[in-house]
Design a protein around this ligand. Sequence first.
Ligand SMILES: CC(C)(COP(=O)(O)OP(=O)(O)OC[C@H]1O[C@@H](n2cnc3c(N)ncnc32)[C@H](O)[C@@H]1OP(=O)(O)O)[C@@H](O)C(=O)NCCC(=O)NCCS
Length: 313
Amino acid sequence: MSEAVAQMGSVRWAFRCGSWTPGRADWLFAARCVQPEEKDRIGKFVFAKDAKSAMAGRLLLRRFVCEKMHIPWAHIRLERSPRGKPYLAAPLQASPDSGTEPQTWSFNISHQGDYAVLAAEKGMQVGVDVMKTSMPGSSTVTEFFRIMTRQFTPYEWRVIQSAGSEQQQLAMFYRHWTLKESFIKAIGTGLGFNLQRLEFHLSSEALTQSRLLCQTRMHLDDEDEEEWLFEESLLDGDHHVAVALGHSTNPTSSLPPATAFTLLTFADLIASASPLTEEDPAYWESFKTKAQAPLRQRDAQSRPLPVHFDAFL
Ligand SMILES: CC(C)(COP(=O)(O)OP(=O)(O)OC[C@H]1O[C@@H](n2cnc3c(N)ncnc32)[C@H](O)[C@@H]1OP(=O)(O)O)[C@@H](O)C(=O)NCCC(=O)NCCS
């Protein structure tokens, strides 16, 4: 992963929540620094893995607004669109759809596998999606692909299934999947969107670590969508991340150079944080009793269908 200096209007941050093992002080401090309703939501997760990644997502959002939009941590009020996309509700009156105004930041987060990520861009609509390339443990790759048939077009399936070994086919599958999700997250609709309407045409270059691909094109209802750009990268050997960027077709507006993800530490996440609520010792008592992840996820021999795909069963 590159530590390259981010462009002026582009932010790409990643936090490796999979290897974050917060102690009492860090967990309670983090809980004080997010909005109370988010603290409550995070507290309800059964597994520590999910609580940690959701907490990291909230801290990424607030750090971004504080540091890049120059809004004091305690003044930030994040809300969600009716379909769940977070946006800054105060002190600026921005809506999730205002991201194409020249000086307006648009941002989005994703958390899956071992990472939580944030992508933000000035003057462009942004969606981001990260996915770990997991083998579907309880079913075969063939069965997994069968379940997912309707989410990709025949052309995309040909590309996926001609990628080589099962592992390479899965990597190609996740590449397409993160691209599709990054787009639906940018427009904020969520999975209600018919994914067959989208068809991705990947650049011919292989996606390898330390490479950032941005030649991929998207067709929507068979039309090449010139207003959309996609950045694809690998955070490590098995985490794909895609960023969708929607821009106006104004020929005078210059497009941003692609930006690599910068890995942050927990200290970075809370560097500008200030507590919003009092310390709640019971929050730690509850967190420390949580199992890390479902047993089947901890057992490498019997991994389930990745949880994101349960909806398609
Ligand atoms: C958006 C969606 C596809 C993301 O699912 P996912 O791949 O499991 O999750 P990711 O890790 O990539 O992203 C999760 C983050 O995306 C953001 N997000 C949630 N809904 C979003 C939406 N509609 N658009 C963009 N981003 C969204 C949130 O920040 C969320 O993290 P948080 O809840 O911890 O803050 C899925 O949540 C969805 O389909 N939501 C729509 C639900 C809906 O339509 N609800 C209607 C009211 S019931």
